[in-house]
Design a protein around this ligand. Structure first.
Ligand SMILES: *Cc1c(COP(=O)(O)O)cnc(C)c1O
Length: 369
């Protein structure tokens, strides 16, 4: 029995005690300390993406979960005469397609199987064929399966065809080195409770300023108006509506801890080591993964249910839970699988403890692998 639950999930995830402690003091939204924290966060996020105000990029923080910031971008930057190409190979790509439908944007969805990556060649064929396209949206780390889409190559195709490139890097930003400018990304979205290891409460869009400026007056909702949110933050450092003050204070602490760990390269290394140990240990027990190793990212892994009917996921989940290990159910359309995240305040010894618990539960349940 471990002392505290460890979350092997794609967020919210396990955070450090010091990140949680940063939320213990009440904070007014017009307090100088708070406003300084917001400024530091906005500047720091751009730095993590290797861009800055001086190179023409802006960080916009949006209240709510990650989806709110994705929807803010999708519903604000695609104009009435524009056309969006949504690249989908999992639940999160489908979520963007749903946003495009609900906001009645001109759009098309290019779909790929959940166990395959988006192929840049197929994107090029579509863009070449229809000059009406102006924007392309893609998921980087498709959390449905854990695969990484090749955003560098897709970005190069977008550049060639003059497309605005929108990337949902929700579950990877902070855990994967990304140079936003080199990757030709115009809008990069992530949230507080993924690889930067803060608590839930807000998300953010890193934006190429010249594209953000075009969104003025064309948002389809008031609360998710990306341009207005930016204009408000720029004018007086204030949010238009109540900000998640304590979540922001926790996030600033989380950013400091990311730096202390050695920045994104060090964090990426830790997550990769977590994944290596997890994959090795699970394979040794006889678990198979849903997607081929060549397209797997290091954020989350999808394991197929064992074929023995003695395996019951509900029981498996509950028994791990009562031992202090929280794993994540699957979300696949064609196969039964569960997921284990490698991100958050999770270290190699935690992975080893999880593997030991999994082995015990399988034995208890008499599951033959
Ligand atoms: C977590 C996640 C989101 C956002 O989900 P929320 O529940 O709204 O925070 C979006 N895209 C991807 C790829 C994610 O992993």
């Amino acid at each position: 029995m471990t002392q505290k639950p460890l979350l092997f999930t794609p967020g919210p995830l396990s955070t450090s005690a010091t990140v949680k402690q940063a939320m213990l003091e009440d904070m007014g939204s017009r307090d100088h300390v708070f406003m300084k924290a917001v400024k530091d966060i906005r500047d720091g996020l751009l730095e993590l993406a290797h861009v800055g105000k001086s190179s023409g990029y802006e960080a916009v923080i949006m209240q709510g979960s990650g989806t709110f910031a994705v929807e803010s971008v999708i519903s604000s930057v695609v104009g009435a005469e524009d056309k969006l190409l949504v690249l989908a190979n999992g639940a999160y790509g489908e979520r963007i397609a749903k946003m495009a439908r609900m906001h009645q944007l001109h759009h098309e969805v290019l779909r790929f199987d959940e166990d395959t990556i988006v192929t840049p060649g197929a994107v090029e064929v579509v863009l070449k064929d229809d000059p009406a396209f102006t924007h392309v949206a893609c998921i980087h780390s498709e959390t449905t399966t854990g695969l990484f889409n090749p955003i560098a190559e897709i970005g190069a195709v977008c550049r060639k065809y003059g497309q605005v490139f929108i990337v949902d890097a929700m579950s990877s930003f902070g855990g994967v080195e990304m140079d936003m400018k080199n990757l030709q990304i115009d809008f990069l979205v992530s949230s507080s409770n993924k690889c930067i290891e803060g608590v839930p409460g807000f998300a953010f869009a890193l934006c190429k300023r010249s594209e953000l400026e075009k969104a003025k007056g064309q948002a389809r909702t008031l609360s998710l108006d990306l341009y207005d949110q930016w204009a408000g933050l720029e004018a007086n450092g204030q949010f238009r509506f109540t900000p998640p003050t304590l979540s922001l204070m926790a996030f600033r602490q989380a950013m400091r801890e990311l730096e202390e760990e050695g920045g994104i390269p060090a964090r990426e290394k830790r997550y990769k080591e977590n994944k290596r140990l997890l994959d090795e240990g699970m394979a040794a027990m006889g678990f198979m993964q849903y997607i081929p190793a060549a397209i797997q990212g290091h954020i989350i892994s999808s394991f197929l249910y064992p074929s023995d009917p003695a395996f019951n996921f509900g029981v498996f989940y509950d028994k791990l839970n009562s031992r202090g290990f929280v794993i994540y159910p699957g979300k696949l359309s064609k196969a039964d699988a569960f997921r284990i995240g490698n991100i958050g305040q999770i270290f190699p010894e935690d992975i080893k403890a999880l593997l030991k618990a999994i082995k015990e539960v399988l034995e208890e349940e008499g599951v033959r692998m």
